[in-house]
Design a protein around this ligand. Structure first.
Ligand code: HEC
Ligand code: HEC
Length: 457
């Protein structure tokens, strides 16, 4: 009898174990630090390596200032001053690593002829930013003006700008990385050989705000829709589709696995101003009640659920989700990029609630950068329909009370701004500023406490 009970008990333990093992862990496991040797190789590969041929000759860099309509430092007598002025003009930040005289986001390489020296954009054009006079790899570049940069650089290079079949960006700081990859992928066959004619993809993705790299380590699914496994190093190689062959992709995969490890090692900068700890403590309770279900909990350990929130619940601009066609996903999933990590075709369609670590530094908010401060994110009637992006990322333009960029509502009609592309207009395709109304019901004091807490993340 005793042995029977004993056996039964042992059986139950095994059964319970099997059941538990079969329940998928809903919470992301504790973040495992990537291999330090891979991180170091990846850091060097990303910051020092150059993976694309030069698009523009060196002379286009020094000659671009003739289109500025204002005096510029002499590129020969004052190369550093010229590089800074060039960076400010187009929204590139000083490189916090040796970059051969170029701002972060640009990289020297050789042109297609194999001889002429020139330069090209790299990952940090979109993923390298600055705040308070300090540059960070992995901080979204919220100043970049792709449209102005492309127009001037091709002109300075004595060439006509290529016809781009989509909007690069209308507002400084947003970029259409999605359409870049759709267009590059549409001229490849599944084996990555070139097609003579592009395949129609039916995708119409909008311009986007880049996500910070320091949250990648918490994610199991990446990109705004949370449909691509975050372990996919191949998916971050899509920019190389501009020129690489299938064999070159295979050769470069280990390098990009290292770069991926480096990205997962990046830490968010800490909030640099004093924090009212009592208010932050009260704010934490508000957060845990109203926000943690989607965004996770923070502290010693980050417990991040990776919640994909359906469009009808989140209510933010749908273009990023609706604009990605099933045909594109099917094509991508048939290529080398997706072999190990296909894009999920069965999951809920919506936006993934992002981890909020370092959120103080990555304004403006939402996937399209439509909301300039945390306070307006948490009080939707106060969001501006039209606002100017800050003239720089210096702290004089930063608002530590509302957390984000100081802004003024711009009336409709001519802006009077010297730079039209500083205008963010929420009525444009993909740039709607509605949705995410979860903070609206809070009282003003509660909201202020919550914002104080968010500074601690
Ligand atoms: C033209 C701007 C641009 C360039 C250049 C660029 N990215 Fe991105 N990146 C983006 C945008 C925008 C997103 C968000 C895309 C989305 O979800 O639709 C993104 C998303 C990502 C993500 C996912 C992050 C997350 O948390 O979900 C990673 C990782 C990434 N990029 C790495 C890279 C690497 C590595 C390079 C260089 C090889 C690169 N990117 C080049 C704009 C860019
Ligand atoms: C029902 C799920 C849900 C709840 C509840 C929720 N959020 Fe979010 N949150 C999201 C999603 C999804 C996004 C991304 C939306 C987008 O980019 O379009 C987001 C975006 C954000 C962002 C912008 C992130 C960025 O990088 O731009 C912040 C900040 C934020 N939420 C804070 C909060 C706070 C604070 C609360 C509590 C009052 C809260 N959220 C409640 C789902 C939620």
């Amino acid at each position: 009898m005793r042995t029977a009970i004993h056996r039964l008990r042992a059986g139950l333990v095994v059964l319970a174990f099997l059941i538990l093992a079969a329940i998928p862990a809903r919470r992301a496991p504790a973040v495992e630090p990537p291999d330090p040797a891979a991180v170091e190789r990846g850091r060097k590969a990303l910051l020092e390596g150059s993976y694309l041929r030069a698009e523009w000759a060196d002379a286009a860099f020094t000659g671009a200032s003739k289109f500025w309509g204002e005096p510029a430092p002499d590129p020969v007598a004052d190369p550093d001053g010229y590089a800074r002025a060039f960076g400010k003009r187009y929204g590139f930040h000083p490189a916090p690593f040796p970059n051969d005289g170029l701002p972060m986001g640009l990289k020297r390489s050789v042109r297609a002829d194999g001889k002429t020296r020139g330069f090209q954009v790299d990952c940090m054009a979109c993923h390298g930013g600055s705040i308070g006079g300090k540059s960070y790899v992995g901080l979204p570049n919220t100043q970049i003006d792709y449209t102005g940069f492309f127009a001037d650089l091709f002109r300075a290079d004595g060439r006509r700008s290529p016809l781009v079949p989509f909007v690069l960006n209308t507002a400084r700081g947003t970029t259409n990385a999605g359409m870049m990859s759709v267009v590059l992928m549409s001229v490849r066959n599944p084996d990555l050989s070139m097609r003579p004619f592009p395949m129609p993809m039916g995708s119409n993705l909008p311009e986007l705000d880049a996500p910070p790299w320091w949250v990648l380590k918490y994610k199991t699914k990446m990109y705004y829709d949370g449909r691509t496994p975050a372990d996919s190093s191949r998916s971050i190689m899509q920019f190389l589709l501009a020129e690489k062959t299938a064999d070159q992709f295979r050769e470069l995969e280990p390098t990009f696995a290292d770069i991926h490890a480096y990205l997962k090692s990046i830490e968010a900068p800490r909030y640099p101003f004093p924090i009212d700890q009592d208010a932050a403590g009260r704010g934490r309770a508000v957060f845990e009640k109203s926000c943690a279900g989607c965004h996770g909990t923070y502290g010693e350990m980050v417990d991040y659920p990776g919640e994909i929130v359906p469009l009808d619940v989140i209510g933010t601009d749908p273009a990023r989700i609706a604009g990605l066609s099933d045909r594109f996903v099917e094509h991508y999933n048939g290529t080398w990029f997706a072999e190990k990590h296909p894009v999920d075709v069965d999951s809920e369609r919506g936006y993934q609630a992002p981890p909020l670590v370092g959120i103080w530094a990555s304004a403006p908010y939402l996937h399209n950068g439509a909301v300039p401060t945390l306070r307006t994110l948490l009080d939707s009637p106060r969001r501006p329909e039209r606002y100017l992006r800050p003239p720089s990322t210096d702290f004089e333009h930063y608002d530590p009370r509302d957390v984000g960029w100081k802004f003024a509502e711009v009336p409709e009609g001519p802006t009077g701004a010297k730079e039209p592309r500083r205008l963010f207009d929420a009525s444009r395709y993909g740039l709607d500023n509605g949705g995410h109304t979860f903070g609206d019901k809070l009282g003003e004091a509660e909201r202020t406490d919550l914002i104080e807490y968010l500074k601690t993340l």
